[in-house]
Write a protein that binds this ligand. Structure first.
Ligand SMILES: *Cc1c(COP(=O)(O)O)cnc(C)c1O
Length: 457
């Protein structure tokens, strides 16, 4: 008998209070910070779905591992425990610890990027793109067309368009392509997975042309679970086996340990190429630290080693993916437009369809995110024209999509919290026709979504 209720496969071990607030108070709080959700005190948020990055709960075994941490500068046993845990899943020759994912990206692209270089991916995450561009190289997205269509039900919308990839390699020239990357799951594309067959096809193309293949593997376990659930011939396999097969298809990886490794901080860079690893370790020493700790404390390395064993648990992954779908499906059933199919770590509300009376340059996503906060204290994140609309030449154009992302921190909220979020969304849907657009009254030079101030129209 499979029961309908998704019980969390853990019980609560330590609690943090949620301060209850009223709608009147929240109207005051959001107004006082210029209607920017990033500027709120998190104590004034009831359910914080701003991001799943570093916001998860650690297990008692992780907290025990924290106590076991050894802070020797060089050659700490905590480093050896971490390195073994990484290699157990991703058996690359060289593992280089960093303080988070973008530090690994900065080192990698300092080593292999530079002007005249182009790096294709299914979809580069924004820090990956920024680090590639900062090195003066170019970042190119070659996701399948279904990956750009919010209503397509393709099971692997994160897949690379392999025909386009091969065409791109032939037109650009191998000498200009220092690596091909794949983001699993495809974060910027809605947390959509990549199939094993697609990873094999990309790997084969990379081998054929002699181009190194790197994974941006932040949500490798969620991706492997989707492969097990959705891909033919995979349903009997252990997730660990699928992860190791994915690793074997690539030459290296970048990682943010704030995602699937179940840490609050951390990351790494790994590869087989000895000469490249040596360049990267020298860069690591300049900005992060000695190669046996990177930017991390020994205790962090130990917590991540334990997290890596917990995240591949089938009970955990079944719960994780089902509980994200539970929120997404509930919203879809009440007629709220969401990106389909529901991804691994977040639900994306289509604000353009939800608030059709608000034009893109009046920021429907921002309006919706503000109302979710005012009505129920739920904090999501606008991913639309506020985030992407300002072009380098100063002009403002509507983004391709107007989304509000509700990202689910790992092992942090219970089903009753999520039922509350669903009720808040229902109330917001009732009031939707009354919501108004916003204008920006104060804007920084770059990355405006973090600090801009808004006023209602
Ligand atoms: C979060 C993330 C990164 C960057 O990692 P940080 O730890 O935030 O620096 C890179 N790629 C993807 C796909 C991510 O989700």
């Amino acid at each position: 008998m499979e029961f309908k209720t998704i019980i969390e496969p853990f019980k609560i071990h330590s609690v943090a209070p949620i301060a209850m607030t009223t709608e009147v108070q929240r109207e005051q709080y959001i107004k006082s910070v210029g209607f920017n959700l990033f500027s709120l005190h998190s104590d004034d948020v009831l359910i914080d779905l701003l991001t799943d990055s570093g916001t998860g709960a650690m297990s008692r075994n992780q907290w025990a591992a924290i106590q076991h941490g050894d802070e020797s500068y060089a050659g700490s046993p905590s480093w050896l425990i971490f390195e073994a845990a990484v290699k157990n899943l991703f058996p690359y020759e060289h593992v280089i610890p960093t303080h988070q994912g973008r530090a690994a990206e900065k080192i990698l692209f300092t080593a292999i990027g530079g002007s005249g270089k182009v790096i294709p991916s299914n979809t580069h995450f924004d820090t990956t793109r920024a680090n590639i561009e900062y090195s003066k190289a170019e970042a190119v997205d070659l996701v399948i067309p279904e990956g750009r269509d919010p209503s397509s039900l393709h099971p692997f919308k994160g897949n690379m368009d392999v025909v386009e990839l091969e065409k791109f390699i032939n037109e650009t020239g191998v000498a200009h392509i220092p690596a091909v990357m794949m983001t699993i799951t495809n974060n910027s594309g809605g947390g959509q997975p990549v199939s094993l067959a697609n990873l094999k096809a990309v790997s084969a193309i990379c081998k054929k042309y002699g181009i190194p293949f790197f994974l941006d593997a932040c949500r490798f376990a969620e991706n492997a679970w989707f492969i097990r659930e959705r891909e033919e011939g995979q349903s009997e396999r252990d997730v660990i086996e699928i992860v190791r097969e994915i690793a074997s298809l690539a030459d290296g990886m970048t990682m943010s340990a704030k995602k699937d490794p179940l840490g609050n901080i951390g990351g790494w860079l790994a590869m087989n190429d000895e000469a490249l690893a040596s360049v990267c370790r020298n860069l690591l020493i300049l900005t992060e630290g000695f190669p046996t700790y990177g930017g991390l404390a020994g205790r962090d390395l130990e917590a991540l080693a334990v997290g890596l064993t917990e995240v591949v648990s089938h009970d955990y992954l079944r719960y994780r993916i089902r509980s994200t779908a539970y929120l997404g499906n509930a919203l879809a059933e009440m007629g709220i437009p969401v990106v389909q199919p529901i991804g691994g770590h977040a639900v994306y509300i289509d604000a353009k369809a939800f608030l059709p009376h608000i034009p893109p340059l009046q920021y429907p996503g921002q309006s919706l995110a503000i109302e979710l906060y005012k009505v129920g204290g739920v904090r999501g994140c606008e991913i639309g024209t506020v985030m992407f609309g300002r072009k380098p030449d100063g002009s403002e154009v509507p983004a391709a999509m107007e989304l509000v992302r509700l990202a689910i921190p790992r092992r942090t909220y219970t089903q009753s919290h999520i039922d509350y979020v669903i009720e808040v969304c229902a109330e917001v849907a009732n009031r939707a026709s009354q919501f108004r657009g916003y204008k920006i009254v104060k804007e920084p030079a770059a990355l405006r979504h973090f600090t801009s101030q808004f006023a209602p129209l």
